[in-house]
Design a protein around this ligand. Structure first.
Ligand SMILES: Cc1ncc(COP(=O)(O)O)c(C=O)c1O
Length: 401
């Protein structure tokens, strides 16, 4: 009998981040000492006070179905967070809590996209934006960000790809995979372009906002351009800032009508987020800011250590990331050469696969993020692993013929 699958899944690749993590696990199962820099997941533990808040909530009976769009306590904590940290005022019906930031995107795109609508995504991008857009008939359109500009989005690059079919523009600074941070001035220039397209929604994914280094100040788009706030979805969450990836809590502030439509989507998919995880997220957002600052300091120190080591390798280039926990070295200088194991490196994917096979270090090729030839190095692991990974990369490149 034929087995039927939905057309909307046709041609959707599995994210390469997951593919590299899978390959790394398979090599580990063979007994190899694999270092994985493939996943964007903090290596810190969730703060104990957050875990205790979850425990207390469960014992206090917060174990029933929660409201679809979030518990009143968490929505109030989110509203305080937006006001305190971003200078943004959102009322309860302008806030929604989802299963991670990822579900915010899923809800927003499902609620708004029709077949053929264009979704502008600056490259390189976090893998999920184009994949989720395509699930709903959206057509990803790419606005390139270049290494020479520190991978920041230039207003001209955005303007060049806007069309009458543009339905969404996605912004993600600090950026995954490059760590690029857009300044207030950068965002003002981008906002000027967006003003000319009044029916376009804007997703500002600010999930790495606390991981900004070198005295740079994070700027939230809706605060920089308040006149655009009624079409901006400000996405954030606790995964990255509070080392809470497994709790699955993300949230968004946005216009009432869009939030209501997103609530409708989520109500038919997952309903409300786990009540206990929401209690934990409330404690995280209301908790002391120094925990987040300490983690950011560690990421910043590791970033400098990794970028200096990468820049010392002949044939590699590396922009200094100003935020998040990634480095994005360029490998153009190594293509066309052959590894010690006999693989001809034609692409960054060849590079990442051979580096994993021959040196047991998992990274993700730039192709996965829409900008080649690069590798993404996640710095969310300890110093020893990072130093060892850089030493292995140096040896791998030195042995190229
Ligand atoms: C840029 C970006 N946005 C959103 C997310 C979603 O995170 P979560 O669903 O854990 O909140 C991630 C996770 O990797 C990310 O890198």
């Amino acid at each position: 009998m034929p087995r039927h699958f939905a057309q909307r899944l046709a041609g959707l690749p599995a994210p390469a981040t997951i593919e590299m993590a899978r390959r790394a696990r398979a090599l580990r199962d063979e007994g190899r000492q694999v270092i994985s820099l493939a996943l964007g997941e903090p290596d810190f533990a969730t703060p104990p006070a957050v875990i205790e808040a979850a425990h207390a909530a469960a014992l206090a009976g917060q174990t029933k179905y929660p409201p679809v769009d979030g518990t009143p306590a968490l929505k109030a904590a989110v509203a305080r967070k937006f006001l305190r940290e971003n200078g943004l005022t959102y009322t309860p019906d302008e806030i929604m809590v989802s299963n991670g930031g990822k579900q915010v995107i899923f809800n927003a795109f499902m609620a708004t996209l029709n077949t053929g609508d264009e979704v502008v995504v600056p490259t390189p991008y976090w893998v999920s934006y184009p994949l989720i857009a395509r699930m709903f008939g959206g057509v990803p359109v790419y606005a390139p960000c270049h290494e020479a500009d520190g991978f920041r989005l230039k207003a001209e690059a955005l303007a060049a790809v806007m069309t009458p079919r543009t339905r969404w523009v996605v912004l993600n600074f600090p950026n995954n995979p490059t760590g690029a941070v857009c300044s207030k001035a950068d965002l003002e220039a981008v906002a000027d372009v967006l003003r000319a397209y009044p029916d376009v929604w804007i997703l500002s994914d600010e999930i790495y906002e606390h991981l900004v280094f070198d005295g740079q100040e994070f700027a939230s788009l809706a605060a920089v351009a308040p006149d655009l706030k009624d079409r901006i979805v400000t996405l954030n969450g606790v995964s990255k800032a509070y080392a809470m990836t497994g709790w699955r809590v993300g949230f968004a502030g946005g216009p009432k009508d869009l939030i209501a439509a997103m609530r409708g989507v989520q109500g038919n998919a997952t309903s409300g987020v786990c009540s206990i995880a929401q209690a934990a997220a409330t404690a995280a957002l209301d908790g002391p800011a120094d925990l987040v600052r300490d983690m950011a300091k560690t990421y910043s120190r590791r970033r400098t250590m990794v970028v200096e080591a990468l820049r010392a390798i002949p044939g590699l280039t590396c922009a200094m990331p100003e935020g998040a926990f990634y480095a994005y070295p360029g490998v153009a200088g190594c293509l066309g050469r052959t590894t010690a194991g006999g693989t001809l490196l034609e692409t960054d994917r060849d590079f990442a696969v051979a580096f994993l096979e021959e040196e047991n270090v998992a990274t993700v090729p730039g192709a996965a993020f829409g900008l080649s030839p690069y590798l993404r190095f996640s710095c969310a692991t300890d110093d020893k692993n990072l130093q060892e990974a850089c030493a292995r990369l140096s040896r791998f490149v030195k042995n190229l013929k």
